[in-house]
Design a protein around this ligand. Structure first.
Ligand code: NAG
Ligand code: NAG
Ligand code: NAG
Length: 384
C-alpha cells in the first residue's frame, strides 16, 4: 500500500454527524423508524453543533474598565515574515478603543505588551526584545503555522506571557475563520467584515463542475498528495496552483470565484494537528463548495462547523467509498442540499492578517492587565 494508506494516519473518531447516522439506515423495514430517529438525531446534533461553535475573543463583550486602565500601547516587534504592513486603527476598524499600535522599537520601555511573531525570531531574522523587560509588560507569542512547520520552540520555554494562535485553547484565540450564527449579538465587532452565507439555490445545487483542489506546496510526503493520487483513480479532480493549472490571479477573491464553480473542494491541510484548520476550508465555505476535509478529526472540525457542513475523509473506510459518495451527491441534488442548508443561518468571518490579530491582542492585554501570566510548556502544549 505504501503512501496510499498513509493519508488516514489519524485514528477514526466517533462520528456525531446526522448524515453518517443516516447512511446506516439501509433495511427497508427499518427505514421509516430509522428515518424519524435520524431526523431527530440530525436536528439535535445540529442544535448541539450550533451551541458548540467556538467564537474568538472579539465576540466576548468587553467589560467595563476604568479610564486610567483603558489605554494600551502595543509594540509589534516584527512585521510577520518581514513583510511590512501598515498598522491598523483598531477603533475605526473594530471599535476597539484605546489602542496605540506601533512598530517603533524606541517605545519598548513604555509598551504594555510586545507581539512577537514566532517565525521571525525562530529563524534569527530578529532577536527577542532585550531583558530585563519592563515590569508588567506582556510578551505575546503569535504563530499561525502548524507544529510541523514551527521550529525551535524549545528555545522559547518560559519566555512568553500569552499565546496567540488558531488553537481554541490559546490565551488569545483567533482562528483562520469562524461562523457567526445570524442574528446573534456581535458586540465589540462590527459585522461588516462578515460574509452572509446563503441557503443553496437551484443553480447552486446543479453546479456543473465536480471537485477542485488548489495546491501550492506539492510534496509526495504529505498525506494530502497520497489522498489525491487515490481519489483521481475514481473521479475527476481539477488541480490548480503551482502544482497544477495556473490560477486566474493569485488573490483571495479570485480563488473564491474559481471554487464557486465547483460542488466540492478538497480542503486538505499540509499537516494534521489540533484545531489546525486554515483558509483552505473557509474559502470553500465562502464559495459554497462542500469542503472535503483532511486535517484534525471530525470532532475537532465540529468545534468550528455544523457536522453536515463538511465531508471528512475519515467518514469513509476507503477513498473509493468517498469518491462514490461524491458521485452519489452529484446525482442527488436533494441529498447535496443537506450539506448546504445550514448556510442560511450563518455568516462567515475571515480575520484579516494581521490587522484583526493586533487589535484582538490589544483587547486581551487590557483584559489581563495586572495579572501575572507565564507560558511554561510551550512545546508540549503546541504539539498536543
Ligand atoms: C482612528 O479612528 C478614530 C475613529 O474613526 C479616529 O477618531 C482617530 O483619530 C483615528 N486614529 C488615528 C491615529 O488615526
Ligand atoms: C513544503 O512542504 C515541505 C514538506 O513538508 C516542507 O518542508 C516545506 O517547509 C513546505 N514549504 C512551504 C513553503 O510551506
Ligand atoms: C512574563 O513572563 C516572564 C517569564 O515567565 C515573567 O518573568 C514575568 O513576570 C511575566 N510578566 C507578567 C506581567 O506576567
Amino acid at each position: 500500500m505504501g503512501a496510499g494508506a498513509d493519508w488516514r494516519a489519524a485514528p477514526r473518531e466517533d462520528r456525531r454527524s446526522g448524515l453518517s447516522q443516516q447512511r446506516k439506515c439501509v433495511g427497508p423495514v427499518l427505514r421509516k423508524t430509522c428515518f424519524s430517529v435520524c431526523v431527530a438525531t440530525a436536528g439535535f446534533v445540529l442544535l448541539l453543533g450550533v451551541s458548540l461553535l467556538y467564537l474568538p475573543d472579539p465576540y466576548k463583550p468587553e467589560q467595563f474598565v476604568p479610564e486610567e486602565k483603558h489605554a494600551v500601547t502595543l509594540l509589534i516587534w516584527t512585521h510577520p515574515f518581514g513583510r511590512y504592513r501598515k498598522l491598523p486603527n483598531c477603533s475605526a476598524l473594530y471599535q476597539i478603543g484605546g489602542c496605540t499600535l506601533t512598530d517603533d522599537v524606541h517605545v519598548y520601555p513604555q509598551a504594555d505588551a510586545v507581539v512577537i511573531h514566532h517565525r521571525d525570531v525562530a529563524t534569527g531574522t530578529a532577536d527577542l526584545p532585550p531583558e530585563p523587560r519592563p515590569l508588567e509588560q506582556k510578551w505575546v507569542w503569535m504563530n499561525y503555522e502548524s507544529p510541523s512547520h514551527t521550529s525551535g520552540l524549545w528555545r522559547f520555554e518560559g519566555v512568553y506571557n500569552l499565546t496567540m494562535t488558531y488553537r481554541t485553547d490559546s490565551d488569545i484565540f483567533l482562528p483562520y475563520g469562524y461562523l457567526l450564527p445570524r442574528g446573534s449579538k456581535t458586540e465589540g465587532l462590527n459585522d461588516r467584515f462578515a460574509h452572509p452565507l446563503l441557503a443553496p439555490s437551484r443553480s447552486h445545487l446543479l453546479r456543473p463542475r465536480l471537485v477542485a483542489w488548489i495546491i501550492s506546496n506539492w510534496s509526495e510526503s504529505h498525506a494530502r498528495v497520497a489522498l489525491y493520487h487515490q481519489l483521481r483513480r475514481y473521479i475527476r479532480v481539477d488541480v490548480f496552483g503551482r502544482a497544477g493549472r495556473p490560477l486566474p490571479e493569485d488573490s483571495g477573491g479570485s480563488v473564491v470565484r474559481l471554487v464557486g464553480r465547483y460542488q466540492f473542494y478538497l480542503a486538505l491541510e499540509n499537516s494534521q494537528h489540533t484545531d489546525y484548520i486554515t483558509e483552505k476550508l473557509w474559502n470553500a465555505v465562502r464559495a459554497g463548495a462542500v469542503p472535503v476535509v483532511l486535517g484534525p478529526s471530525r470532532q475537532n472540525y465540529e468545534r468550528f462547523l455544523p457536522p453536515e457542513a463538511f465531508i471528512h475523509v475519515d467518514d469513509f473506510p476507503t477513498v473509493r467509498g468517498l469518491a462514490r459518495y461524491l458521485l452519489m451527491l452529484r446525482r442527488n441534488p436533494a441529498r447535496l442540499k443537506r450539506h448546504l442548508d445550514w448556510r442560511g443561518d450563518y455568516s462567515l468571518h475571515q480575520p484579516a492578517f494581521w490587522a484583526e490579530h493586533y487589535c484582538t491582542v490589544c483587547r486581551a492585554v487590557r483584559r489581563t492587565r495586572g495579572r501575572a501570566d507565564s507560558v511554561q510548556d510551550l512545546t508540549r502544549w503546541f504539539h498536543s
